[in-house]
Design a protein around this ligand. Structure first.
Ligand SMILES: *Cc1c(COP(=O)(O)O)cnc(C)c1O
Length: 385
C-alpha cells in the first residue's frame, strides 16, 4: 500500500512531504499516530479508508511506507518491526529448501546468524563472499542461487560492493539482487536506480536517526515481489506499531541534513586518526587508499558516517580506547545523532568468532554523530592517549 503520493521532488522535500499531506479531516500538518487496532465499517465490507485491521494496514504506517518508497526511488515499501524482520521476510520470499544464497563475508552479525542458524535448518545454504570481489561473486553462483545479498559499505570493515556491476551479474544469472542500504541510506546511494531488485533497511539506524526506535523496511519496484512481501507482512505479522512508524517518519524528515553532518564530522575524525601514531589502519571509503574508493565515488554521494580503525596495541589497546571516551558512548548500534564507539570482536560481531567472518581483535568501530566536531576530536584524542 505505497504508491508514492508526491511527484518525484528532491530528496529533502520527499523526506518531509512524501506520504505526509495534511490530515484531510483536521488539517493536522503532522501525520497523526493512529493508535487503533480496528476500523469501523459502513455496512459489512464498507471500509472508509481502505483499512480493516492494523496488522494488515494502518494510516501512520502507510505514510511511513510512502515516504520510504519515495526516498529509495521505489514503487513500493513495506515497514517492519525491525531490520531483522524485514530481512527474514525477504529471505523467506526468495528461498525454499534446497536454495542457495550469496552473502557478504563480513555481513551484519544478525543477518549472518539468521542465515547460518535458522535458514540452514530449512535446507537453505549460503556462501560468504567478499562483496568487493566481482569474480568471486560470479564463481559462487550456482543454478540454485536465489539471491546475491550485499551490504555496502559493509559492517564493520566498510568494504564496498559495486552495485551496478553486481546487478548486471545477478541479471545474467537470473538471480535476485538485494542491497541492505542501512549504512549508506538512500541519501548517499540509490541501489534500485543502479539495478538492485530489493532494498532492505534497518530503519533503527540512520533512517530513524535518534536511537529511540527499532524498525525495518523493504523497498522494491517489482509488483509481484511487493505482493509477496505484503502477504508475509500481514501473514506473519512482524509490523511496527503506529508510534514506532511515527517516530521513524519524524526521523526521516531530517535525514538529508543529518547525513551531511555525519559525513562532515566523519571526515574530521578520519584526519585525526590518520595522523595518530597509535592507529595502524583507518577504514573509510572516502580515503583514496581505501580499496573501494573508486566504486564509492561512483555510486555514493558522500562516504558516510561510519569509521573503523585498528590499533598498534592490539586487543588491549582497542578495548582501552572503547572504555575511555566520554562523548563517544560505548554501545552497539549506529546511525543516531549521538556518537558511539564499540569493539566489534567482543560486541556486535562476537557471534562470528572462529568463523570465516571473524573480525580483527584490534578493530574499533565509530558511528560518528552530529555533535560539534571539535568536541568529538578532543574526546577521541584524549582516549587514544
Ligand atoms: C542493525 C542492522 C540490521 C538489523 O536491524 P534491526 O533493526 O536491529 O533488526 C541489519 N543490517 C544492518 C546493516 C544493520 O546495521
Amino acid at each position: 500500500m505505497s504508491q508514492p503520493s508526491v511527484a518525484r521532488h528532491g530528496f529533502a522535500t520527499n523526506a518531509i512531504h512524501a506520504g505526509q499531506e495534511p490530515d484531510p479531516t483536521t488539517g493536522s500538518v503532522i501525520v497523526p499516530i493512529h493508535a487503533t487496532s480496528t476500523y469501523a465499517q459502513d455496512g459489512v465490507g464498507g471500509l472508509r479508508g481502505g483499512y480493516e485491521y492494523s496488522r494488515t494496514g494502518n494510516p501512520t504506517r502507510t505514510a511511513l511506507e510512502e515516504c520510504l518508497a519515495a526516498l529509495e526511488g521505489g514503487r513500493h515499501a513495506r515497514a517492519f518491526a525491525s531490520g531483522m524482520a524485514a530481512t527474514d521476510t525477504v529471505l523467506r520470499t526468495l528461498c525454499k529448501p534446497g536454495d542457495h544464497l550469496i552473502i557478504p563475508d563480513d555481513a551484519y552479525g544478525g543477518t549472518f546468524r539468521l542465515i547460518d542458524k535458522v535458514f540452514s535448518k530449512w535446507g537453505i545454504t549460503h556462501t560468504p563472499v567478499a562483496v568487493s570481489d566481482l569474480d568471486a561473486m560470479r564463481a559462487a553462483i550456482r543454478p540454485e542461487t536465489k539471491a546475491i545479498w550485499v551490504e555496502t559499505p559493509t559492517n564493520p570493515l566498510l568494504n564496498i560492493a559495486d552495485i551496478a556491476g553486481l546487478a548486471q551479474l545477478a541479471r545474467e544469472h537470473g538471480t535476485r539482487f538485494v542491497v541492505d542500504n542501512t549504512f549508506a541510506t538512500p541519501y548517499l546511494q540509490a541501489p534500485l536506480d543502479l539495478g538492485a531488485d530489493i532494498v532492505v533497511h534497518s530503519t533503527t539506524k540512520y533512517m530513524g536517526g535518534h536511537s529511540d526506535v527499532i524498525g525495518g523496511a523493504v523497498v522494491t519496484s517489482d509488483e509481484e515481489l511487493d505482493a509477496e512481501f505484503g502477504f508475509l507482512q500481514n501473514g506473519a505479522g512482524a509490523v511496527p506499531g503506529p508510534f514506532d512508524a511515527w517516530l521513524t517518519l519524524r526521523g526521516l524528515k531530517t535525514l538529508a541534513v543529518r547525513m551531511d553532518r555525519h559525513c562532515d564530522n566523519a571526515e574530521r575524525i578520519v584526519s585525526l586518526l590518520l595522523s595518530h601514531p597509535a592507529v595502524t589502519w583507518v577504514g573509510y571509503p572516502g580515503l583514496a587508499e581505501h580499496p573501494g574508493h573508486e566504486v564509492a565515488v561512483k555510486q555514493m554521494r558522500r562516504p558516510g558516517g561510519m569509521v573503523s580503525f585498528r590499533l598498534a596495541g592490539g586487543v588491549e589497546a582497542a578495548l582501552a580506547v572503547c572504555s575511555k571516551t566520554r562523548l563517544f558512548t560505548l554501545a552497539e548500534s549506529l546511525g543516531g545523532v549521538e556518537s558511539l564507539i564499540e569493539h566489534p570482536g567482543k560486541m556486535t560481531h562476537a557471534s562470528t568468532a572462529g568463523s570465516q567472518l571473524e573480525v580483527p581483535a584490534d578493530l574499533v568501530r565509530l558511528s560518528v554523530g552530529i555533535e560539534d566536531a571539535d568536541d568529538l576530536i578532543a574526546d577521541l584524542t584524549e582516549a587514544l592517549g
